[in-house]
Design a protein. Structure first.
Lengths: 248, 156
């Protein structure tokens, strides 16, 4: 059933696949993000309570959702790496990690900038904010653990176990606003009921969410490509690729 | 799947499950401390069988009861009632209220319980809900007319 997937564990075919995917991901990410951002910041109506300040939602919510999505992707790569012992999967895991960490940071930063005028404070130690901060530390921990090993297979295993264990934080972040009393409000779009946001405000948000997902994908794929080349720089395929692309 | 992979799969799943169980038990044990605030009924009727003590520093989160906001005309002192589903707790505060503070709004206040239903607050934060809509729609659906806080006094 999964036989078609096996060739992509090889560095060269993974690299080729990335080369095909990168332009699609980056072009559609740029398109979606420009449409969504201009629409959201410039044309969507202001909120009845928060006025124009609510517009930071168009950056805050996509980056927050993708900080969790990237973590899930990283954990799946770690799982594949650990069970099937594929080193390309570890490289994928480490390609995603910094991108996800940046998304988490953007979510925390825009959240603080939004909290100050609306709630009256930059930061409170409520369950949602704290668990998102823990997510940032998990990303940094995975990266630091990986960097602290010289043997990259050992490094991948150690960081992979940490990434997998950290998955427990994802449902905690998502349900924190339901399980506990938090200053942060409940979910607006990531729930099974109808989104509690007017449709002319929802569309640019969805487009930006989609665009941010593509951006995370594009950056991770590009990083994976670089890592593949860096690790196998002495192998014939890498040298051939570099010469073909005119970089050596 | 060959036996070695199966063994690794079982091993990794076991680690993740065990850690998940440990975290879940920790969170259950800590759950009352993780809550960011008490609701008014939890302050008056107790929470999980424990009553908050008079003199205790705590946070309260509830809805401002319309018509109970009393501002001192000369100072920044203000007092208002908070409610969730039943009992009412009165909060007094001396300071600048956040922009979103208005009657019917959810707020979170930090302060000291001086009587069983009276809190002297040092900090008042506004909590907003997860609904976003343009003002015209809000007026149609909820009958809420958005007025800037400084215009409230002038309009009445």
């Amino acid at each position: 059933m999964w036989k078609w997937l096996h060739p992509y564990a090889k560095s060269e075919s993974a690299y080729q696949l990335c080369t095909t995917l990168v332009p699609w991901f980056s072009i559609s990410a740029i398109l979606a993000l420009s449409i969504g951002t201009v629409w959201g910041l410039g044309f969507a109506p202001a909120d009845y309570q928060q006025g124009d300040s609510f517009r930071i939602i168009y950056i805050h919510v996509p980056s927050a959702i993708l900080s969790m999505g990237a973590y899930a992707g990283m954990a799946i790569a770690a799982f594949i790496g650990l069970v099937w012992q594929i080193k390309t999967a570890y490289m994928g895991m480490m390609a995603i990690a910094p991108v996800g960490a940046v998304m988490t940071f953007i979510a925390l930063f825009t959240g603080a900038a939004w909290g100050k005028p609306m709630w009256g404070t930059w930061w409170v130690w409520d369950a949602r904010l704290t668990s998102e901060l823990v997510l940032l530390f998990l990303y940094l921990g995975v990266i630091a653990l990986y960097k602290s090993f010289d043997d990259k297979i050992q490094a991948g295993k150690a960081a992979g176990v940490m990434a997998l264990v950290g998955v427990i934080n994802l449902p905690i972040i998502h349900y924190s606003v339901e399980w506990w009393n938090t200053l942060h409000q409940g979910a607006t779009i990531s729930k099974f009921e109808k989104p509690s946001i007017a449709s002319e405000m929802l569309w640019p948000l969805l487009i930006n969410l989609f665009g941010t997902g593509l951006l995370v994908g594009a950056l991770s794929i590009k990083r994976l490509q670089n890592e593949l080349l860096r690790r196998e720089i002495h192998r014939p395929w890498a040298i051939k690729t570099l010469i073909r692309e005119g970089k050596a | 799947m060959n036996p070695r992979r199966q063994k690794r799969l079982m091993g990794i799943s076991a680690i993740v499950l065990l850690v998940a169980a440990a975290v879940w038990m920790m969170l259950t044990a800590l759950s009352e401390n993780i809550d960011h605030f008490y609701t008014p009924s939890e302050i008056v009727e107790g929470k999980n069988g424990a009553m908050p003590q008079v003199g205790q520093r705590l946070r309260i989160g509830g809805m401002v009861v319309p018509g109970t906001v009393n501002r001192d005309p000369d100072t920044l002192a203000v007092s208002f009632d908070l409610v969730d589903v039943g009992p009412i707790v009165t909060v007094s505060y001396n300071g600048i209220l956040p922009d979103l503070f208005r009657e019917g709004q959810g707020i979170v206040a930090t302060g000291r319980l001086t009587e069983f239903d009276f809190i002297v607050a040092e900090e008042v934060l506004a909590k907003h809900d997860e609904e976003y809509m343009p003002p015209e729609l809000a007026e149609k659906m909820k009958g809420i007319k958005h007025v800037k806080p400084q215009n409230i006094g002038a309009g009445q």
